[in-house]
Design a protein around this ligand. Structure first.
Ligand code: MG
Length: 386
């Protein structure tokens, strides 16, 4: 189309010998530019549903499961491939089908990208394709950031001027189980972890049984996640006081997410930091939650990826809130991306890849429980060698 326009303009302009050579030169430059543009390599998005096999059945206050649905994404440009994923726990509305439908919508946008990649601009277009779809958007955001770093030949933490030494230890999650020996086995297997995170939010006796069992083996600090399971502020207060006496250092989402005033009351009553998880999904939630919670738990799958998570961390800090970076049950693609930001927060709960038996990638390393960023381009993720 452009070539036809230029040719007709050129033909119309040839009326004197004086300008002839100039016009030929102009035409050569235009044609060469168009030729180079058409030869420039474009990115290619590909994706596939993937079932994460859990090492142990994983129980929270509302359900127990043995597998987890994921969609793996890849964006390739030239010799480099960026890896991302959408991890989809049952309580989120997104499914493998909805993620694939969104990725199909985003394919023309990604497949027209060329170097140099402007990740923020691309994500702005992707974010406007449809509302919601946060895990699907995160899967593109993560792959793009990984690809961007790989094309630059630099780790993302270096590009963002993040101190790789400042990463915290991650907690390791012990899901609910009614079988005492399974709980004890999980605690023993978590020997490497410096901090445990325990899923509570069931009946008082069950919650106390879990903590008492774990305390029979270890005095490690414990994060408790009630997953909205405690029905009243009085129940939550009683549990928090009991837990504080047993070395629990924070409590995540004690009551249902709509109970803002009850959470504010609880924060006033106890010294334990109370963090919003289910109540805090995206950047828009951060300021609104500040009066009611001590802090927030940010997850890439909830907020739409690294770019949004960085904005949430900055805003939460400005508002004086504590920050945890958490995860779903994810592969090393998602966890390595989140781990890059862990150096900027107070608490990290990034053990999702340890819970999966068939992680197709390797990236972030755990050294004595500490998240250890690797000195590799992008998020540091490569395909696991079989
Ligand atoms: Mg939680």
């Amino acid at each position: 189309m452009h070539i036809e326009l230029f040719l007709s303009a050129f033909a119309a302009s040839i009326h004197t010998k004086k300008t002839y050579m100039k016009r030929v030169l102009f035409l050569v430059v235009v044609l060469s530019t168009l030729l180079l543009q058409s030869c420039k390599e474009t990115a290619q998005l590909s994706y596939e549903p993937f079932t994460g096999e859990l090492r142990h059945a994983f129980g929270i206050s509302t359900n127990t499961r043995t597998t987890t649905p994921i969609v793996l994404t890849r964006i390739t440009l030239g010799e480099q491939t960026g890896y991302g994923e959408a991890a989809l726990p049952p309580y989120l509305k997104e499914t493998q089908e909805s993620v694939c439908a969104f990725l199909q919508l985003a394919e023309p946008v990604i497949n027209s990208c060329t170097e140099p990649l402007n990740v923020d601009s691309i994500m702005q277009i992707v974010n406007e394709l449809a509302p919601g779809n946060h895990a699907a958007k995160a899967s593109i955001d993560i792959a793009l950031h990984d690809l961007y770093g790989k094309l630059q030949g630099q780790p993302l933490w270096q590009i963002w001027d993040i101190d790789p030494q400042a990463t915290p230890c991650t907690s390791y999650t012990i899901g609910y189980d009614d079988n005492d020996s399974i709980v004890l086995l999980k605690v023993r297997e978590a020997d490497w972890a410096k901090i445990l995170k325990v899923k509570l939010g069931r009946e008082e006796q069950e919650d106390k049984r879990m903590i008492t069992l774990i305390r029979s083996l270890t005095d490690k600090p414990i994060y408790v996640d009630a997953n909205q399971g405690w029905p009243t502020q009085e129940h939550a207060l009683k549990m928090c006081q009991w837990l504080a006496e047993r070395g629990v250092v924070l409590v995540e989402q004690p009551m249902p997410k709509h109970m803002n005033e009850e959470h504010r009351w609880l924060c006033e009553q106890v010294d334990l930091p109370i963090l919003a998880d289910e109540a805090c999904q995206t950047l828009d939630d951060v300021a609104a939650l500040q009066p009611y919670y001590d802090g927030i738990n940010i997850k890439l799958m909830k907020c739409g990826g690294l770019a949004q998570a960085r904005k949430m961390i900055t805003l939460a800090r400005e508002l004086g809130m504590q920050v945890m970076i958490g995860c779903m049950t994810e592969t090393s693609a998602g966890i390595s991306a989140a781990a890059t930001l862990s150096a900027l927060v107070d608490y990290a709960d990034l053990d999702g890849h340890v819970l999966i038996a068939n992680d197709p990638y390797e990236g972030i390393q755990l050294v004595d429980g500490k998240l250890t960023l690797v000195n590799k381009p992008g998020t540091g993720v490569t395909l696991r060698e079989l």
